[in-house]
Design a protein around this ligand. Structure first.
Ligand code: FAD
Ligand code: NA7
Length: 544
């Protein structure tokens, strides 16, 4: 599609087009089609529903949000029907759940798979979106809902010789099914959340595992354990309270968040609180359920990290390996948890390469070379090297708003958004998990955002509006508000995907709202009760 594209003169083909069939797109389709009776088409380049859980099929893939809250809350019957037997839910089960939701609400007939959207342009004259598929088809809609995913565009580090590798090579974010590991020499690059999961899962399966670690990580046990039928019944009986807690909480998880500062208790009590959280499990629980200042106070952060450092020393038998695995910087990335990660280094078939001391210099047909000249011979390389997070998919697509301005140009100084759902200059386009949305357990954030989007679409339809758009001033005000909320956070002092630091050449900016799920809910409610201040609502007559 280019500037000279001629647009069909007829009314749009669809009321709304949704891109993405993950948690966000599925719910958006249900809201707009089933609840508002709109004519909606959803596209995904994948061959089926699931989003993250369609693509990330690596061994060990597990949600680290508790099972009872890693789901939709919108339908009480759906909650009562859900059957689960573990405190955390793995990739196949999440995929099964999203398939069930899709079928239960008869959504599949409005979904078109194997259809990547290559371009989406706003036609100002007719106030509609013109969307082009990778196969060359063109579709039009009044509203465009981009549920493109925030951890979706896979990141490969720029290592010379990558294409020369003769063995098997996979990225965790696009992992095939039925990979055999038996007897193979496998190298995993990356030790983020994904790297911890995949390394832990395959260590007992492979012939030999080499873990290429650049930054050592703080991690606590996930504490995944069976859920009895009695506990499941209890959870189902308490769902009203569970969601009340989630939607008024900071992190959107099920665990109770702490309201006490680290140094308000004695050193012995502190140790006991960390130990209890270690035994219970959960990364967010350890960071936000023990004390309320770990993410904002350097001394508190040091206490919590020193506990984990001591645990590593206790678990890992070889002191040199333990030293390499032990982080010394702030504990201020997305908090990690694992199913026995540090323990795998006690196995005789697992080796750790410290890529800070000896960076990877080259990939050759038979393995990975590090700066000390060692060739690590491998049959398989797994890249657990993360994603171009949040705005990645918005830059892959040729996405253009008013005056033909592309999203790449619009976000050249860093991605911005109002409430994570809108950005100025892109009328009638609504994002799910766009920039400056909540940093939290994501299904509740997704539900709040889709509800907000659906309210605006309903209002536009009811009031006969030609377009709805956030003003540049309102968006700037929200971004400044987000900056203010993050000002005291230690997260901004450490490089991670949360600020775009993992992508070479990407401008590092804050792209999250750190005011919590509860805070976000209040801001969303105020937006409606105050009559949508700062949103530009263009009446249809003005377009004639
Ligand atoms: P996604 O599930 O990413 O779906 C986006 C979809 O859009 C994809 O299917 C993609 O193919 C499609 N798409 C994108 N661009 C195009 C295009 N141009 N054309 C056509 N289709 C397109 N969150 C948590 O809250 N808790 C967790 O424990 C957790 N664990 C995670 C573990 C991993 C390994 C990963 C990668 C993410 C995890 N997340 C977790 C985040 C997770 O992404 C969200 O919870 C949620 O699944 C996001 O749903 P979504 O619909 O917004 O996006
Ligand atoms: P992350 O958290 O971005 O982790 C990527 C990892 O890859 C991290 O350990 C990186 O080291 C490492 N990496 C990247 N490039 C290299 C090179 N060249 N050499 C060695 N190591 C490298 O991605 P994940 O998929 O684990 O998790 C992302 C989110 O998805 C996660 O928070 C969950 O929400 C799900 P670094 O730390 O940059 O030194």
């Amino acid at each position: 599609m280019n500037e000279s594209t001629t647009f069909p003169a007829t009314a749009p083909e669809f009321d709304a087009i949704v891109i993405g069939a993950g948690f966000g797109g599925i719910y958006a389709l249900h809201k707009l089609r089933n609840e508002q009776g709109l004519n909606v088409r959803l596209f995904d380049k994948a061959s089926d529903v699931g989003g993250t859980w369609y693509w990330n099929r690596y061994p060990g893939a597990l949600s680290d949000s508790e099972t009872e809250v890693y789901c939709y809350s919108f339908d009480k019957e759906l909650l009562q029907e859900r059957d689960f037997d573990s405190s955390y839910v793995n990739q196949p089960k999440i995929l099964g759940y999203l398939n069930h939701v899709t079928d239960r609400y008869d959504l599949r007939r409005s979904m078109q798979f194997n259809t990547g959207i290559s371009a989406s342009h706003f036609d100002e004259a007719r106030k509609l979106w013109v969307v082009k598929t990778e196969q060359g088809a063109t579709h039009t809609a009044r509203f465009l809902i981009t549920a493109l995913g925030l951890l979706s565009v896979i990141n490969y580090p720029n290592i010379p010789g990558r294409d020369t590798f003769a063995g098997e090579m996979f990225h965790t974010g696009k992992f095939p099914q039925d990979v055999s590991f038996t007897g193979k020499r496998v190298g995993v690059i990356g030790t983020g959340s994904t790297g911890l999961q995949v390394n832990t899962a395959i260590a007992p399966l492979v012939g030999h595992l080499t873990v290429f670690q650049r930054s050592p990580q703080y991690s606590v046990p996930v504490g995944n354990r069976p859920i009895s039928k009695e506990r499941l019944t209890e959870i189902k009986q308490n769902y009203d309270q569970i969601w009340e807690h989630v939607f008024s909480s900071m992190t959107g998880f099920a665990f109770p968040e702490s309201n006490i500062p680290t140094f308000s208790v004695s050193p012995e009590e502190r140790e006991a609180i960390y130990e209890k959280a270690w035994q219970k499990g959960g990364g967010f629980n350890y960071m936000f359920g023990t004390f309320n200042d770990i993410a904002v106070d350097a001394a508190a952060n040091e206490e919590a990290s020193s506990f984990i450092r001591r645990k590593i020393a206790q678990i890992v038998k070889d002191p040199e390996t333990a030293r390499k695995l032990t982080p010394t910087d702030l504990y201020a990335r997305r908090p990690l948890c694992d199913s026995g990660y540090y323990e795998i280094f006690n196995r005789s078939n697992v080796a750790l390469v410290d890529c800070k001391a000896t960076p990877i210099t080259e990939i050759r047909p038979n393995g990975i070379v590090t700066a000390d000249g060692t060739l690590h011979e491998l049959d398989m390389i797994i890249f657990a090297t993360g994603f171009d997070a949040v705005d990645g998919n918005y830059k892959v697509m040729d996405l253009r708003g008013r005056n033909g301005v592309s999203m790449k140009e619009h976000w050249q100084d860093g991605a911005t958004g109002f409430m994570g759902t809108m950005t100025a200059g892109f009328p009638n386009m609504f994002m799910v998990l766009g920039p400056h949305g909540p940093f939290s357990n994501l299904p509740p954030a997704i539900e709040m955002q889709v509800n907000q989007i659906a309210d605006l679409v309903a209002k536009a339809t009811r009031d006969g509006l030609a377009s709805v758009e956030v003003s540049a001033a309102k968006e700037a005000e929200w971004v400044a508000h987000c900056d203010q909320l993050a000002a005291g956070s230690l997260f901004s002092k450490v490089d991670s995907w949360i600020f775009g630091a993992n992508i070479a050449g990407k401008k590092q900016t804050l792209v999250f709202y750190f005011g919590g799920v509860g805070g976000y809910g209040k801001e969303a409610a105020a937006l409606i009760s105050n009559g949508y201040p700062g949103l530009i609502m263009e009446p249809a007559a003005a377009t004639a």
